[in-house]
Write a protein that binds this ligand. Structure first.
Ligand code: BGC
Length: 447
């Protein structure tokens, strides 16, 4: 690694509930938008459901011991709203909270700090039926759910992510329909930005009232590159940067919304006081980074002013040209974020990782390509820190191979291989590599 990671730097790995838990009807769980979406013909590439996935609801101890075996500082997992409130409102389902309480205890016993995410994309269907993230009231319902979870876990959990990647919910859930709830509203999806940020901010208030000291959300950031060095492509890149990154980061980091009117877009459905609430709501800023995005100007008359195109001249992951590999893009976006926001709070890389074609059946996988990807991005983080960006933690997506949303079981991201027929877990070469990186870092700082 060209630059060193500082003393106190934390290492984590992540999963999300719907992608690993299975047990979709156990213990009174309600339906979520993902249960609805996966039943649509053709919605999931391999026609699979997320059940049993990794069967983690029934065997959480298997995941906890893999997390502990890596020597992780923290394990990022998520809690399903529809398990806790099957109808998205009303009292908590105690059996579901018992489950998550056991997971928290098992992690603490194993010496790993639990870092739950309250919402990783699975809105209860009943909330979506009332308008979902298009409705302001969803923010209040989310805060009530956060209160129920904190009431039960807040004596042991002090660190929380509220929402995972609101950008993907807006862009792919409500604008293009590639993810649940599968709505295709294009710019009509914009109110979901504000309602998610408000939900995060209200939940942060609730979590702090329960004594939590470390609350943030984690957003998906990309580094946007114009295909050609022309004014038209620069304008397209600017528009995409606003829609994907800055419409989420700027209000959270205290600057209010970027100028949407300049792009011909409507204002956010704000009420007085909203921006102040959102502006003070993060103790840290979470960034999930996977790949840069190259854009070019769209043909005249198209409803969206940019086209996303392959990034020339770089290798790609298992998704092909859709997911170019460019670690320095992570460094550049971190340095750029700090330049725009000199008072940037501590940054956590909440997800980073890649899928590559790997066998389905159990067995050791020598995933040198994943090791290269992760090592390159960890170096990029170290370089950003050397340039003054306050990054405190790095998280690998994912601890386990899991159910990759609309791609079903066709994309494997894990440090651990999972045979989805038998549930067998086999650490890959990247698991050993990450364990050694963590151990070496601890040994260096204790010298
Ligand atoms: C999501 C994960 C997902 C990963 C890889 C992230 O956007 O938070 O749930 O599996 O990307 O696609």
């Amino acid at each position: 690694m060209s630059a060193a990671l500082p003393n106190g730097f934390r290492f984590s790995a992540a999963t999300s509930a719907f992608q690993v838990e299975g047990a979709r009807t156990a213990d009174g769980r309600g339906r979520s938008i993902w249960d609805d979406f996966l039943e649509r013909p053709g919605a999931i590439k391999d026609g699979s459901t997320a059940d049993p996935a990794c069967d983690s609801y029934r065997h959480p101890e298997a995941d906890v011991s893999l997390a502990a075996g890596l020597g992780l500082d923290r394990y990022r997992f998520s809690i399903q709203w529809a398990r806790v409130q099957p109808e998205g409102r009303g009292p908590a389902n105690g059996t579901a909270l018992d489950h998550y309480s056991r997971v928290v205890d098992a992690l603490l016993d194993a010496g790993v700090t639990p870092l739950p995410t309250l919402y990783h994309w699975e809105l209860p269907s009943a909330v979506e039926e009332d308008g979902g993230w298009l409705e302001r009231d969803t923010a209040s319902r989310f805060a009530e759910y956060a209160d129920l979870v904190a009431e039960r876990l807040g004596d042991r959990v002090r660190h929380w992510y509220t929402l995972n990647e609101p950008a993907m919910t807006t862009l792919q859930g409500y604008a293009t329909g590639a993810l649940a709830p599968g709505r295709q509203l294009l710019f009509g999806a914009l109110p979901t930005v504000h309602h998610q940020l408000l939900a995060h901010a209200r939940a942060a208030e609730v979590l702090r009232a329960h004594g939590s000291s470390h609350v943030g959300l984690v957003n998906n950031h990309t580094w946007v590159l114009p295909l050609h060095d022309t004014p038209e492509d620069h304008a397209a890149a600017h528009a995409y940067d606003i829609i994907h990154n800055r419409v989420f980061s700027e209000p959270l980091l205290g600057g209010g919304y970027p100028d949407l009117a300049a792009l011909g877009l409507p204002d956010m459905p704000m009420l007085p006081g909203d921006l102040e609430l959102i502006g003070g709501s993060v103790d840290f800023y979470g960034i999930n980074f996977y790949n840069p995005t190259t854009v070019t100007v769209a043909a005249p008359g198209e409803p969206i002013p940019f086209d996303i195109v392959p990034t020339p001249g770089v290798p790609v992951t298992g998704f092909g040209p859709e997911w170019p590999i460019m670690p320095e893009a992570l460094r550049d976006l971190l340095v750029d974020l700090r330049r725009r926001h000199p008072q940037l709070p501590p940054v956590i890389i909440g997800e980073n990782g890649a899928s590559f074609p790997e066998p389905d059946r159990a067995g050791r996988v020598e995933d040198a390509d994943r090791i290269d990807y992760l090592a390159g991005h960890l170096s990029a983080v170290a370089e950003a820190i050397a340039q003054g960006v306050p990054v405190e933690e790095y998280t690998v997506w994912s601890l386990l191979d899991n159910w990759e949303w609309a791609d079903g079981y066709t994309q494997r991201f894990g440090l651990v291989h999972v045979d989805f027929e038998t549930g067998e877990r086999t650490p890959k070469a990247s698991y050993d590599w990450y364990r050694d990186v963590i151990a070496r870092h601890r040994a260096e700082i204790s010298r």
